[in-house]
Unconditional design. Structure first.
Length: 122
């Protein structure tokens, strides 16, 4: 037995907790858990999951959700993309980038009652 847990990003407040069967595979349940969870919440959210979410069946289940996940390196296209990155070029870009200060102005959206930040380069 193990525990499936969905938390908020602003303090890790538990939003969903489910006792899982120790024999079930993450790939078999992640999409179903996210779909059920999304039916219960009324705020805009982005689901962040590990690579076990990334399966053809789960992608079909969560196509209407906003999500972020790492693509498993067992997928050939992911391997090809990683191998095609020129790391020397990345270092050069890192060296020439300038750090800019950014000032944020916080506002409250009266329709959705949510906080919104607007950023301006200084």
């Amino acid at each position: 037995m193990f525990l499936d847990l969905i938390t908020s990003s602003d303090g890790d407040i538990p939003l969903l907790m489910r006792a899982g069967d120790g024999n079930e595979a993450d790939k078999a349940v992640f999409g179903k858990i996210l779909t059920e969870f999304k039916k219960q919440i009324v705020f805009d959210s982005i689901m962040v999951c590990d690579s076990a979410l990334y399966s053809q069946e789960n992608l079909k289940l969560i196509e209407h959700l906003k999500w972020i996940s790492r693509v498993p390196m067992t997928i050939k296209k992911a391997q090809e993309l990683v191998q095609s990155v020129n790391t020397l070029e990345m270092k050069e870009i890192e060296e020439i980038e300038e750090i800019e200060e950014i000032e944020g102005i916080e506002e409250i959206d009266t329709e959705t009652k949510t906080k919104k930040k607007t950023y301006t380069k200084i």
